[in-house]
Structures are given as structure tokens and as C-alpha cells.
Design a protein around this ligand. Structure first.
Ligand code: NAP
Length: 445
């Protein structure tokens, strides 16, 4: 991998990069099949990714004709890596074993180690025989929607494909590594004004928020819509705030500290609710929700939203908030959800839902076109990366723990092959035009 890094840093030509040998093994972070029961009986909160995420050499898989090898310069932590590393709700080896049913290339994924990670910036090293639009040396970012395009259900909206998977979560050979194997239809051009680590953190979260709010497949936010955003300085929430502002809407951000509230104001989100200061108790015990707390929450929203209920709720905490979200959205409004961090068995009062003709919409990552559109907005400097901090690959467990324990704002980047921060900007003038202060707003918060 050293030879590869040297060539990339020296700006080697496409032909030179194409001629570099692909190493037989590479450094990667992974969980092990024989450790999948290691946290049995441990509370979710106390399951420590530092114990389950290993960083070591792994064997390089063969390349399928529609795939490319990329040198991963940087990656990022997503919540799915937390789920994999604490083996919740299920160990991910079942996904990998099921891939073995998809023939020779699928079978490569079923290993005793699962290499994790669903975001990357990097350089194409070698392309499979069927790849047309990309060549060695191309600087890319990668989206994580993995589909078999020979299945008819993958055409129209590929997120509806029967075989749709998330790369590095439901497939092997993920991004938290020096090398990765991805399908050519996961590649997108790297935004030229961003460093490797800034370019690596957006793919999964930004495109998820784009589909939830902007796309025809999502809530179809309009100019002037007000959108309540849970976890508004978190990974998907921080991009959601930007999409709402960018689309002429009004974000109402919910966070859990004065520092996060301040950060939201800095982003241009004036309406903020500090859920911790407000002390909402939506659940009075394990089985009972308290409607008076929903009402108090609704009143607090109206107080910062010109006296009105919100048009859209951007929902992902799940069990702890879904009842309140359904209650608080306006008559005819939409709750769009993509997750259930606090629990997936959600409960809401159906009377408030049907009598007020509300809508509940499910969403999951994004198709190639949506990911491409989100990447383009980043490239144009209309959406900014939410990078707060950077770890090296050997400390990937610390980074995953910080996300698991809700200690991180925005996104945590991970340097893989990139030897230092700050590298990879190929258009410094564009960076200056967009503004260092905007691009780095989340750094060090
Ligand atoms: P994150 O960076 O950790 O941010 C989540 C934020 O949600 C936290 O910062 C926290 O903000 C808030 N939060 C957490 N628990 C909460 C609770 N019980 N009540 C209210 N707010 C709560 O995570 P993320 O990357 O944004 O991901 C959020 C969820 O979406 C995860 O479950 C992830 O797996 C999922 N996700 C799904 C998709 C998909 O395609 N389906 C894509 C990306 C992410 P405050 O403490 O400041 O309120």
C-alpha cells in the first residue's frame, strides 16, 4: 500500500496507477464471527466497540467485472458501524452468509471477519472488465447503496430493489480500511475543494437526509415549510438543517445542550429547542406515554415557529420520540423516519394520526441519482461537510464509542491511507470562494 500512496501523492498518471500491483492483503477494521456473542448480558450502553473492532491485515478479495478497487484515503463513522460493533440488533454475519447465495462473487463476502464502514473518499486503482465510466487515478467519493442491477426490481427506484444492501454493513469489504472493493455504480466524483477527510464524511448521512426531505421519494419539502429536526447537530440532522435552509424552509432544531443550540444558531437555524433543558418525559413508564408532555412539546414548537405546527418532522430516535412527533406535526403534515436509535417498537396515538390526516413516511438511504444530486450540492458548496474531528484507523474503536455514546457533533472522520489531515484539495481557489469558515464550521466543536 506504501507504493500506492507514494504514486497518489506524486500525482501519478492513470496508466501508472493502473500498473501498480494490488497487494494480497491490506489493513482493515473488522468484527469477528467468533466474537459475536462477546457482549451477551451486557447493557447496550456498556457494549464497547473498542473491544470488538479489530484493525489488522485481511486478504484482498478478487475483483468482479462490475467492480473497482479503491485506495481509501479517508472514511467516517456511521451509526451502522456502531450497530455492527455491538452486534445489535443482530450480528451482521447473517447478511454476509446470505450473499453467498448470489454466486461466486457473492460468496467472497461470507468470511469470518466483517470489514465495516460505509463512507469513503479515495482513488480508483483498478477497474473490472465491465466498468466504463471510471478509470484508475479518478478521485472519488462512494455512496453505500449496493444493488444488483440485473434484477428488474432494481430499476426505477433502486432502494426498492429486492436485493438492496448497504455497503460495509450488509456487505463485506467496507470503507474503514486502506483498500476497498465497490461496484462502479457506487462511485461519484470527489468534490474538488474538500480534503480527503472532509469529502469522506458526507455520502451516507447527506444523501439520507436529501432523500428524506428533498427527493420525490421523501417528504417533498417546499419553500417556506417548517421542519422539526431531531438530533439537529448529529450526522443526518446536521445535513437536514442545511437542506431545509438551502431549500427556503425553516428548520426547528432539537438538541440536548446549550453548546449544540449555539452551533445551530451559527448554522443559521434560529429556532432551537433544548430537549434536556425542557426535560420532556414522553414516557411516564416503560409502557405508558404522557399526552400532556406531547402537548407541552407542541406548545414549545409553536413558540419558536410563529405560533404554527410544523409541516414535517424529521424523525429517527424512534421509540422515545415517535409518539410526540406524530402528535406535533400539523394536520395533514408528514413525519418522515429512517431509524430507531432508542428502540424500534414505536407507539403513537392513532386517533391524532387519522383524525388529522397526517402521513408517516419511511425512508432508507438513497438511490444513485439521489446520492449523486446530494454529492453535486456538496461540490457546488451549497451543502457543507459536518466534520468535527478526525481519528486514525488504528483508533476506529474510540471514534465508534464516541458516536455510540452521543458525544460527537456532526461527523467523525477516519484517516485511512491519507497520512495526515488537510490533503486532497485539488481546487484551492474554489475552496477560497466558498469560504474556509463555512467548510470548517463544525471543526473542533
Ligand atoms: P448521531 O450523529 O449520533 O446523531 C443522532 C442524534 O440524535 C444525537 O446526536 C442526539 O442529539 C439525537 N438523539 C439520540 N437519541 C435520542 C433520543 N432518545 N431522543 C431524542 N434525540 C435523540 O447519529 P446519526 O448518524 O445522525 O444517525 C441517527 C440514526 O439514524 C441512527 O440510528 C442511524 O443508524 C440512523 N441512520 C439511518 C439511515 C438510513 O439510511 N436508514 C442513514 C443514516 C443514519 P441530541 O442529544 O443533541 O438531541
Amino acid at each position: 500500500m506504501e507504493q500506492i500512496l507514494e504514486a497518489i501523492q506524486a500525482g501519478a498518471s492513470s496508466d501508472d496507477i493502473a500498473n501498480l500491483p494490488i497487494p494480497e492483503s491490506y489493513r482493515a477494521s473488522f468484527v469477528k464471527r467468533d466474537e459475536a456473542a462477546m457482549f451477551e448480558g451486557v447493557d447496550s450502553w456498556d457494549k464497547d466497540p473498542r473491544a470488538s473492532l479489530h484493525v489488522d491485515q485481511v486478504a484482498t478479495p478478487e475483483l468482479a467485472p462490475d467492480e473497482v478497487y479503491i485506495a481509501v484515503m479517508a472514511s467516517s463513522i456511521n451509526f451502522n458501524t456502531v450497530w455492527t460493533s455491538i452486534f445489535e440488533p443482530l450480528p451482521t454475519f447473517g447478511f454476509l452468509d446470505r450473499m453467498a447465495r448470489d454466486g461466486e462473487y457473492g460468496a467472497r463476502h461470507s468470511r469470518d471477519e466483517h470489514i465495516v464502514g460505509s463512507d469513503a473518499s479515495g482513488v480508483v486503482l483498478k477497474v473490472g472488465a465491465a466498468v466504463r465510466n471510471w478509470k484508475p487515478g479518478d478521485e472519488v467519493t462512494v455512496h453505500c447503496n449496493y444493488v444488483d442491477d440485473q434484477d428488474p426490481s432494481a430499476h426505477d427506484d433502486s432502494m426498492l430493489a429486492a436485493n438492496q444492501k448497504i455497503w460495509g454493513f450488509e456487505t463485506n469489504f467496507g470503507a474503514l480500511a486502506d483498500l476497498s472493493v465497490v461496484k462502479a455504480n457506487q462511485l461519484m466524483p470527489k468534490p474538488t475543494h474538500l480534503t480527503w477527510e472532509e469529502a469522506a464524511v458526507n455520502g451516507l448521512c447527506s444523501a439520507t437526509s436529501y432523500r428524506m426531505l428533498v427527493s420525490d421519494n421523501g417528504a417533498r419539502m417546499k419553500q417556506g415549510d417548517s421542519v422539526l429536526i431531531w438530533g439537529a447537530t448529529g450526522g443526518i440532522g446536521g445535513y437536514a438543517v442545511q437542506y431545509v435552509l438551502n431549500g427556503g424552509g425553516r428548520p426547528i432544531g432539537v438538541v440536548s445542550s446549550p453548546e449544540r443550540a449555539e452551533l445551530l444558531n451559527k448554522m443559521g437555524c434560529e429556532a432551537v429547542i433544548d430537549r434536556k433543558a425542557a426535560g420532556y418525559q414522553f414516557w411516564s413508564d416503560e409502557y405508558t406515554q404522557d399526552e400532556s408532555e406531547w402537548r407541552r412539546f407542541g406548545k414549545d414548537i409553536r413558540a419558536v415557529n410563529g405560533g404554527e405546527d410544523v409541516d414535517i418532522v424529521f424523525e429517527h430516535p424512534g421509540r422515545s420520540t415517535m409518539g410526540a412527533s406524530i402528535f406535533a406535526v400539523k394536520r395533514g403534515g408528514t413525519v418522515v423516519t429512517c431509524a430507531a436509535t432508542s428502540g424500534y417498537m414505536v407507539e403513537f396515538d392513532n386517533r391524532h394520526f387519522w383524525m388529522k390526516l397526517k402521513k408517516l413516511l419511511s425512508s432508507h438511504f438513497a438511490n444513485y441519482a439521489e446520492s449523486w444530486a446530494a454529492n453535486k450540492l456538496l461540490d457546488q458548496g451549497r451543502i457543507q461537510p459536518l466534520l468535527t474531528d478526525v481519528y486514525d484507523l488504528d483508533h476506529v474503536g474510540d471514534a465508534a464509542l464516541a458516536v455510540h455514546h452521543n458525544e460527537a457533533e456532526g461527523k467523525l472522520g477516519v484517516l485511512c491511507l491519507a497520512p495526515a489531515e488537510g490533503l486532497g484539495v485539488s481546487d484551492p481557489e474554489k475552496r477560497e470562494r466558498i469560504g474556509e469558515d463555512k467548510i470548517t464550521m463544525f471543526r473542533g466543536v
